[in-house]
Ligand binder design. Structure first.
Ligand SMILES: *Cc1c(COP(=O)(O)O)cnc(C)c1O
Length: 402
């Protein structure tokens, strides 16, 4: 029996310790085994012909799912309140799957100016070759979105908060604007890990996750997921997923399943530690602004407070304008507890200086807020070290470099 989440039912944290798999009689392993498969055997030709890859009640081929990949999809859908989930080999592959499944020649896709840059570049460099136009809007101005929507608009991407610059948009109003125009919405929901934000309750059509981050939690797996409530949308996504040959390895599935059991606890720990570090940084004279949605000075804080139940351990720091980019590089080089490297969500704290000229594009219609960011932002992933040790490390590095 699998406990169900409900009004009086068990908490997510409890639910994540349970799954429908039952070990064969006489062997009571507590966790799912690692299923590796290309070939799946059938009892007869008749059974093989009767089996349909779309129907998850049976197995046809490793690429189309195994007991553990179906189980992971089920648990991810439960976390976000979705009905369907599809696994992809990376978060970026999940973004491109949504684009390929839902867009066709002549369509327009609308992307916020602070979106995850490789996803935006796929639209601007690859989709454009297939006759699909990308329009960049300012996520802090629902009016800038409304002004760009037209009869060819097919998909509005949302991201909360924006990558690196961390602005939190008013998701409810952006969704309402897209709906008024009859346009679907998809959200890059990676920062919330699906537990701090429930996108389907806001009327968003598709949610995308980079499981590479908190769901894996180990900084050692690449995986993504696309989630939906709508069966027709799921059909379209599943079709493209199959035609593109997107599959994930059984060992990677096992690692993410292992990570999921501790996801809410890790997320809360990263959140609490990151807020301590962010608050300390905010009080420093070298720091102009800490871009962390849970801090009241951060752009869109009110929307975070309204829609989110927590925050990730990922935020950015803007230094005083007289501190040049080279000194921020030197600060990162002087850190001892923070690794230098991309990605986030793992146990090791990371620091990356971002040149904003290459990270962000100007929206199609200029708005007040555009251009107010400094040329360089320091992005921090707060891992599972003790926050006092991270603060002491930042303090010594700032003393050395600034
Ligand atoms: C990391 C990330 C992705 C891409 O995930 P990969 O698994 O690295 O491809 C997409 N969106 C956001 C917001 C991310 O942080």
């Amino acid at each position: 029996m699998t406990p169900r989440a409900g009004e009086q039912g068990p908490a997510l944290q409890t639910l994540l310790q349970h799954h429908p798999y039952r070990a064969p009689s006489g062997f009571a392993s507590a966790q799912l085994p690692t299923y590796r498969a290309s070939t799946v055997l059938f009892d007869s030709v008749q059974q093989m012909r009767a089996r349909n890859w779309r129907d998850q009640s049976g197995y046809t081929y490793g690429l189309h799912g195994t007991p553990s990949s179906f189980s992971l999809e089920r648990r991810l859908a439960d976390i976000e309140g979705a009905r369907h989930a599809l696994l992809c080999p990376s978060g970026l592959a999940a973004i491109t799957l949504v684009d390929i499944a839902l867009l066709q020649q002549g369509d327009q896709v609308l992307i916020p100016c602070n979106a995850y840059a490789p996803g935006r570049e796929f639209a601007q460099r690859t989709l454009v070759r297939w006759g699909i136009e990308t329009l960049i809007y300012d996520p802090l101005s629902p009016e800038s979105l409304r002004a760009l929507l037209g009869p060819r608009s097919r998909l509005v991407w949302l991201e909360a908060p924006g990558s690196v610059s961390m602005e939190m948009p008013d998701l409810r109003t952006l969704v309402a604007v897209a709906r008024e125009a009859g346009v679907r919405t998809a959200i890059d929901n990676t920062w919330s890990a699906g537990i701090a934000l429930q996108p389907f309750d806001l009327g968003i059509d598709v949610s995308m996750q980079a499981l590479t981050k908190y769901q894996s939690g180990g900084a050692d797996v690449l995986m993504g997921a696309v989630l939906t409530r709508d069966p027709a949308l799921h059909e379209a996504l599943m079709d493209a997923h199959m035609r593109l040959g997107l599959g994930v390895g059984g060992d990677d599935v096992a690692l993410v399943l292992r990570g999921l059991a501790s996801l809410p606890l890790r997320y809360a720990a990263h959140d609490a530690s990151a807020r301590r570090v962010a608050q300390w940084l905010q009080a420093r004279p070298e720091v102009a602004q800490v871009l962390h949605p849970a801090l009241s000075c951060s752009p869109g804080h009110a929307w975070w407070a309204r829609d989110f139940q927590g925050a990730a351990g990922l935020f950015s720091v803007a230094f005083q304008p007289d501190i040049e980019a080279a000194r921020i590089d030197a600060l990162v080089d002087a850190l001892r507890c923070f690794g230098i490297g991309y990605s986030w969500g793992g146990p090791l704290s990371l620091a990356v200086p971002y040149d904003m000229a290459h990270t962000r594009v100007p929206p199609a219609r200029a708005v007040a807020d555009a251009g107010s960011l400094p040329a360089c932002l320091l992005r921090l992933n707060i891992g599972l070290e003790r926050s006092e040790d991270l603060i002491a490390d930042l303090q010594q590095a700032m003393r050395v470099a600034l």
